[in-house]
Write a protein of this length. Structure first.
Length: 438
């Protein structure tokens, strides 16, 4: 997992937290997936400023009041847990409205946590906000910053304050490798629970059992060659007739939350069907594009004959550009085919997901590739001043360039192909952050 300091954005609903998050992470160049209508527990991105990087996390609206809605309550509890893990808390308030009772309640909680708190008074571009600014001093936090997330007013000062208060963090090489979190996903009745039971029966050295946060998700901690792996079995993807709906329509919400918290996704597919369903394809693409390592397990291989095998190969052919980047394994939970290969493959993929590279080898490799094959935007040559790894799990590369806005998916795809050709990244994604050189 990322060892960078954590900056958590909190505040009541509709104060501009997401707008501020997008403003602070506006230089991040990554593929996005449009998910409407689902309340996600948090959004995270890596932000760099003045050669210092940190994980910026938007918790969504935070409330101290319990709710009868189980999903809303899970989101609320997750936000409270994130506060405990934070290094800096960024409390966002609505300057146009002024201090309200919910601001006071959240502020009281933050005082009890004994964390560094920065108060960002948003919407300062309005006259009302300018008049209300000093009200927020009554919340009792030392650092008060006036910003407008929509118009980028005061954002530079806010970033200056954040990096000035960041704690020092240990280099990943100096720390013990963290717990590998694996989630089993797939359609109903594809064999997830059977696989979970088989893995537990094969590996007797179970350290502990952790109950899932919902009735649908159950987690077990397994020790494999002295390494801990937390395996989570989830509810199946919902069956839907309309295949063009967003991915979350196909999934039980607890399964989606488990995916968000995982390192590696084991996507189980019924190989006897001879194809991947639209739900499974969307899930596979979503997991990889959101920087989760991916292993596709084709289960029920005992039912596959030569005709089905050829049919599966034919149906997967249009997706070979993607399939060649992920790990695949044919298994059978019924007769045990290749079940013993799953945990070693998980360990191999997690090692790739967590690998570190020296700044010199990454910088030289990408600069040399760009020298051999220059990239242009119209007639302007794109240049790379520096490339370095800033995080692991996933491997995250910071690129300092001349024109960040012109380093889109095609240009980043060029750098990704260079890295994949040199190093073994099969099964794992690569994340890029693009920043303008000074």
């Amino acid at each position: 997992m990322s060892k960078l300091p954590k900056v958590i954005i909190v505040g009541r609903v509709n104060v501009g937290k997401s707008t501020l998050f997008n403003r602070l992470s506006s230089e991040v160049k990554s593929l996005t997936f449009d998910y409407a209508g689902v309340t996600r527990d948090f959004i995270k991105d890596t932000v760099c400023w003045q050669n210092k990087c940190f994980d910026l996390i938007d918790t969504g609206g935070i409330s101290l009041r319990k709710t009868s809605d189980p999903i809303a309550e899970a989101v609320r509890l997750k936000a409270l847990d994130l506060l405990q893990e934070s290094d800096i808390i960024l409390l966002v308030c609505d300057g146009k409205v002024g201090v309200v009772e919910e601001d006071r309640e959240i502020s009281k909680l933050l005082h009890k946590l004994n964390k560094k708190v920065l108060v960002a008074v948003n919407k300062i571009d309005s006259t009302a906000a300018k008049e209300n600014i000093y009200e927020f001093e009554r919340l009792g936090h030392k650092e008060l910053l006036a910003v407008s997330a929509q118009h980028a007013i005061g954002v530079g000062d806010l970033l200056e304050s954040i990096v000035a208060n960041l704690p020092k963090y240990k280099e990943p090489k100096e720390e013990k490798k963290g717990l590998c979190k694996v989630v089993l996903l797939g359609k109903p009745n594809v064999g997830k629970s059977s696989l979970m039971n088989l893995l537990l029966q094969e590996e007797r050295s179970i350290v502990s059992q952790e109950p899932g946060t919902t009735r649908e998700a159950i987690s077990e901690k397994i020790t494999f060659y002295k390494e801990d792996i937390l395996v989570t079995d989830t509810a199946g993807i919902r069956r839907k007739r309309a295949v063009d709906e967003p991915l979350e329509k196909f999934m039980v919400k607890s399964s989606f939350r488990a995916l968000e918290d995982s390192d590696i996704v084991l996507l189980l597919v019924d190989a006897s069907e001879g194809r991947l369903s639209d739900q499974e394809l969307k899930l596979a693409f979503y997991a990889f594009e959101n920087y989760k390592a991916l292993i596709i397990l084709f289960n029920k291989w005992d039912l596959v004959d030569e005709y089905v095998d050829e049919t599966l190969k034919f149906n997967l052919e249009p997706y070979n550009y993607f399939m060649k980047r992920v790990e695949r394994l044919n298994i059978s939970c019924k007769d045990g085919t290749n079940i013993g290969k799953i945990l070693p493959k998980i360990e191999t993929v997690f090692n790739r997901y967590s690998q570190n590279f020296s700044e010199e080898e990454i910088d030289f490799l990408l600069k040399d590739a760009l020298k051999r094959k220059p990239l242009y935007h119209k007639t302007i040559r794109l240049s790379l001043r520096n490339a370095r790894q800033v995080a692991t799990a996933p491997v995250t590369i910071l690129l300092t360039v001349n024109f960040p806005q012109w380093f889109g998916p095609s240009q980043l795809g060029f750098f990704e192909n260079v890295l994949r050709k040199k190093f073994n990244f099969k099964g794992v994604p690569i994340k890029f952050i693009v920043r303008k050189r000074k």
